[in-house]
Design a protein around this ligand. Sequence first.
Ligand code: CP
Ligand code: NVA
Length: 307
Amino acid sequence: MKHVDSLVQLTPADVSEILQLSVELKTQFRNGERPCLLGGRVLTLVFEKPSLRTRVSFEVAIAQLGGSSLFLSCGEAGLNGRESVADVSRVLGSYSDWIVLRVFSHKLVDQFVEHAGCPIINGLSDQGHPCQALSDVLTVQETLGGLKGKTVVFVGDANNVARSLAVACAMTGVKFILAAPVGYQFTPDFVERIKQKVPTADVAQITDPRAAVARADVVYTDVWASMGQEAEFEKRKQVFASYQVNSALMAAAPQHARFMHCLPARRNIEVTDDVLDGPNSIVIPQAENRMHVARGILLWLQQNRSH
Ligand code: CP
Ligand code: NVA
C-alpha cells in the first residue's frame, strides 16, 4: 500500500503518475466533467492546526469524485491523551479509505502509517508538506510549459514547504536553490538523502538572495515563522529581514520569473503586496491546483491498493 506521507518515500515515477492523473482530472473538470470515480469512499481528515487550502481542497476533491469526508480536530479524535495513537489509527483506518493528517510532529504521521491499515496523506507536518509540493510542480509545469531544466529559487526558511518542494523539484528535473541565512538552511544529511534518492538532483543553497534569484524561473517564499514557531516571530523577522521578496529582489530576477507562495502569506513581511498581487504572481492558480492535485492523490492511492 502506498502513502503520501513524505515525498522522499515516493519514487520519481510515483510523482509523475500523480501529476499525470491530476492533469487528466483537471482537464475533465474544465470540460464540466466530474466523474464519480470514488463513489461510496470516505476520506477522514484529522487536523491539529488550522487550514484553509488543505482541508477545503481535500473535502471538495472527494465530493467531486462522488465520495464523502469527515473532519476531526486531533482532540476530537482522542489524540490528546484520551487513548493511544495506535488505537485511534486502527479504528479510524477501519472506517476510512484514506486519512489526511495535519500535525505538529511528523512522528504522528509515521504512527498512522504503521497502524492505520489505509493510505495516509500528510497534510503538513513539521517535516514536510508533500501535497503542496506536488501541486506546486504542476503549477510550474503549466506556467512555464515544462519542468526539466527550470529553476525554482526558494527565498526564506528551510521549512516544511521548502523541504518538500526541494524533493519534488529533484524528482521532476527542476533545479532548486534555497536562499537562506546560515542556521536556517537544509541540514547536509537532508540534501544527501535527496541525492541518494535522485542522483541527478540539482539542489543548492546559498545565503545571498539576489545572487540566488539571478537565473530564477520561479521565486518562491513562505512565512518566516511557521505554525508552532510563533514565539520566534520577532527574532526571525530580524534574521530574515534581508530575505523579503519585494520589487527590488524581483528586479534582480529575470523579467519572466513568476512569484509563488503556498499561502497564507504575512503580507509585507516575507513578501510585499506589490509582488504578491503583481502581474508575475501566480499564487491564486497555485492555490487552485491544490484541489486538482488532491483528486490526483486520492485516485492514485486508490489505484495502488489491493482492495
Ligand atoms: N498552503 C496551505 O497548506 O494552506 P492551508 O494552511 O490553508 O491549508
Ligand atoms: N510553513 C507554513 C506553511 C503553511 C501552509 C507552516 O507550517 O505554518
